[in-house]
Design a protein around this ligand. Structure first.
Ligand SMILES: Cc1ncc(COP(=O)(O)O)c(C=O)c1O
Length: 487
C-alpha cells in the first residue's frame, strides 16, 4: 500500500510534469497553454450577450466587449491573440502578475489532496490554519492587537462578517442600542445588503429599497465627508481647522447627533480606491481613533482594494493607528482564487468568540469560508509577495512612477490632479471623461485601465511585478489619449 508521502510525491511529480516548475520560463506553446476555441469572436460575443450578465451591466456598453483567452505577467491576450497591457492588475488584485505556474501547481496539489471540507466548528485543515497564521502575523507587524482571521470569498462578504461581529460585540456588552454605522459619503464597501446600504447614492439596492422609504436608511447609516480636496465640503471647514480636523469634528458631531449609545461602528477605506487613489488629510485618522475610543465606536478598516498596494501591506499603517477590524480581499490571493478575510483584535475575539457560552456561538457561516483551494492560493500569494520583496518594490518605485505620470499629464488643461501612493495611481479630470479615456486606452492603445465610478478619474493599479518599460508605455499612452479625448 502506498504511504501518504508516496501519494503526495507522486501528485507533486504529476503537477510538475503538467505545469512546469515555478522558476521555469514561460515556454508554453499555443497547444499547451491556450484554450482551444473554434468559435469566432462574433459567435462568442453573441453567446456572451445572450447568456451572461456582467458587473455594472448594460448590453449596449458590452456590445464590443474584448474576450480574453489567456494572460501572462502583465499582458492579456484576446481570442485573436492581440496583446493588451493590464494597467489595473485584473481589478486592483493580481499583485503577483498573471499566469504564474507555481500558483497553478499549488492549485493542482491542493485539489488533488483535499479539495473541500466543511470549515465549521469541529474540523479544520492545514491551509486554512497556515493562511490565517500568515495573514494575522503580517497584520500584527502593523497592528499589534490583531489576533484572528475569518475567511470569506470576497470583500462584501467580509464586510458583512465584520458588521455582524461589531453588532455582536455590543450585544455581548449589553449595549444592544449600539447598531448605527458611520461611513464616508462616497464610500464603496461592496454590493451585498449592508455594504450597499452604506452608500445609497450609488445603488438603489439596500435598506431604503427594502423598507420602501427613501432616506430611511439614514436612521441607521450615517455619512461624513472624506477629508480630501476632491471630496470635502469646504463650507464645513471652520477657520483655523485643517481638512482632517474638520472631518474628525464631523465624525464626533455625527456620533453625538445619533447618540453615542446608538453608534456601533465607523467603517472606512483608509485610502479610497474607486474614487481614484483618494488620500485623506494626515490629521484625520489619529483624531478619528481618539474620537472612536471616547464614544465607544469600533473602527472597521476596509482594505479590500488597498491591501498590499500602497507600499505597505495595510494602507492604514501609513497613519500608525490600531483598528478593531481589518477587512481584506483582492490582493490577498491576487485573485487566483476568490478569497477575503476579516481580521479582528484580541478584544473583539474575546467578547464575540471566546467569552460567550457554548450555546451561544457566533452564528455566521459561509459554506466556502476557509475553502482549501482559496487558502492554499492565498498562502502562496502572500509568500510570493513577501519573498520577492514586492511591497518594498512598490514603495521604492511608486514615487518615481507617480513623478513620471505627473510629468506626462499634470500640465494638460483637462487634468485637475494626478495622485498616487505605492502602486495605486489616478488622474482626475475637470470633466467626466474617465470612461472615454478608459475606452480609448483599451481600443486605441490596448491598455486596460479603470474609470472611477464618478467618471472623473482614470485609475491605474499595476501589478507589483510590472516592469519600468511597461509603466512607461502606460504613461505615454495615457498622455496621447488625453490629448485626443479630453483636451
Ligand atoms: C473598498 C472595497 N470594499 C469592498 C469591496 C467589495 O469587494 P467584492 O467585490 O469582493 O465583494 C470592494 C470592491 O471593489 C472595494 O473596493
Amino acid at each position: 500500500m502506498e504511504t501518504l508521502k508516496n501519494v503526495a510525491e507522486s501528485i507533486t511529480d504529476t503537477a510538475k510534469g503538467m505545469l512546469g516548475t515555478s522558476n521555469e520560463k514561460d515556454t508554453n506553446t499555443e497547444s499547451e497553454s491556450q484554450p482551444k476555441t473554434n468559435e469566432s469572436y462574433d459567435q462568442l460575443l453573441k453567446d456572451d450577450l445572450q447568456y451572461c450578465i456582467h458587473g455594472l451591466h448594460h448590453p449596449k456598453s458590452h456590445s464590443d466587449a474584448v474576450i480574453w483567452k489567456r494572460a501572462q505577467g502583465c499582458t492579456y491576450y484576446d481570442i485573436d491573440d492581440n496583446e493588451y497591457l493590464d494597467a489595473i492588475s485584473g481589478l486592483y488584485s493580481v499583485g503577483i502578475g498573471h499566469g504564474r505556474k507555481e500558483m497553478a501547481q499549488v492549485a493542482f496539489e491542493q485539489l488533488s489532496t483535499l479539495e473541500f471540507t466543511r470549515n465549521l466548528v469541529g474540523t479544520s485543515h492545514f491551509k486554512v490554519i497556515q493562511c490565517a497564521k500568515k495573514l494575522v502575523t503580517l497584520a500584527q507587524q502593523d497592528f499589534p492587537d490583531m489576533a484572528t482571521a475569518y475567511f470569506t470569498c470576497g470583500g462584501a462578504e467580509a464586510n458583512e462578517a465584520a458588521m455582524h461581529l461589531a453588532l455582536r460585540y455590543w450585544q455581548q456588552k449589553k449595549q444592544v442600542s449600539k447598531r448605527r454605522v458611520i461611513s464616508f459619503k462616497n464610500c464603496y464597501h461592496g454590493s451585498s445588503f449592508v455594504p450597499a446600504s452604506l452608500n445609497p447614492n450609488i445603488t438603489t439596492y439596500g435598506w431604503d429599497r427594502f423598507t420602501g422609504k427613501p432616506g430611511s436608511g439614514s436612521d441607521i447609516f450615517r455619512q461624513i465627508d472624506f477629508p480630501s480636496s476632491g471630496t470635502m465640503d469646504f463650507h464645513s471647514i471652520k477657520e483655523g481647522e485643517s481638512m482632517g480636523q474638520a472631518a474628525a469634528r464631523q465624525l464626533e458631531e455625527t456620533i453625538i447627533d445619533a447618540g453615542a449609545d446608538t453608534v456601533a461602528a465607523f467603517i472606512f477605506e483608509p485610502i479610497q480606491g474607486d474614487g481614484g487613489a483618494t488620500i485623506p488629510h494626515n490629521d484625520f485618522f489619529p483624531l478619528a481613533r481618539k474620537i472612536c475610543d471616547k464614544y465607544g465606536v469600533l473602527m472597521i478598516s476596509d482594505e479590500v482594494l488597498m491591501f498590499s498596494k500602497t507600499g505597505r501591506w495595510f494602507s492604514l499603517a501609513h497613519w500608525g493607528i490600531q483598528p478593531d477590524f481589518i477587512v481584506v480581499s483582492k490582493g490577498l490571493s491576487s485573485n487566483y482564487a476568490p478569497l477575503g478575510a476579516v481580521v479582528i483584535t484580541k478584544e473583539i475575539r474575546k467578547v464575540c468568540i471566546d467569552d460567550p457560552s457554548e450555546n451561544d456561538p457566533w452564528f455566521h457561516d459561509y459554506t466556502n469560508s476557509g475553502h482549501p483551494l482559496c487558502c492554499a492560493i492565498g498562502l502562496k500569494n502572500l509568500e510570493i509577495i513577501d519573498e520577492e520583496g514586492l511591497i518594498e518594490r512598490s514603495n521604492r518605485l511608486g514615487p518615481k512612477w507617480l513623478g513620471q505620470l505627473m510629468d506626462a499629464v499634470a500640465n494638460k488643461e483637462s487634468v485637475q490632479e494626478v495622485r498616487g501612493v505605492g502602486f495605486i495611481f489616478s488622474v482626475q479630470f475637470h470633466k467626466e471623461v474617465g470612461e472615454d479615456i478608459a475606452k480609448a486606452l483599451l481600443k486605441d492603445e490596448k491598455i486596460v485601465a479603470n474609470s472611477s465610478g464618478n467618471k472623473l478619474c482614470i485609475n491605474f493599479s499595476p501589478s507589483l511585478i510590472m516592469s519600468e518599460e511597461e509603466w512607461t508605455r502606460i504613461v505615454e499612452a495615457t498622455a496621447r489619449v488625453i490629448d485626443k479625448c479630453a483636451e
